[in-house]
Design a protein around this ligand. Sequence first.
Ligand SMILES: [Zn+2]
Length: 132
Amino acid sequence: MVRERQLQNFDELVLAARASRTRAYAPYSNYAVGAAVLGSDGEIYKGCNVENASFGLTICAERNAIAAMVAAGCTSARAVVVVTSDAGTPCGACRQVLAEFSGPNAPVVCIGEGSEQHFTVGELLPSSFKFQ
Ligand SMILES: [Zn+2]
């Protein structure tokens, strides 16, 4: 029963990430990214990449999804799905943000067109920065 519920959540997470990817604003790279985060509150939070002519202001889909979760009052993610054309993995900045708002065992699934990669947050960033 718990596994069925997890699978249902996973399917919903993938659908949310795919839907979010269609909203990506990526006129410079043409690399559309959609992300969805399952919060510890059971809600799904979505994000897409939002580029800017001043490239340094671009914000990744993963960080936008986490920001939406935090803005809704939830500060812990159980799972993350990222959808791109090539199953690309989160950048270094996003890995640090994922580490801030999830445990090291939280799954991160990167889905492309015909391929996917499975990680945990701890695998993606084994020695994350921690403020002491
Ligand atoms: Zn990123």
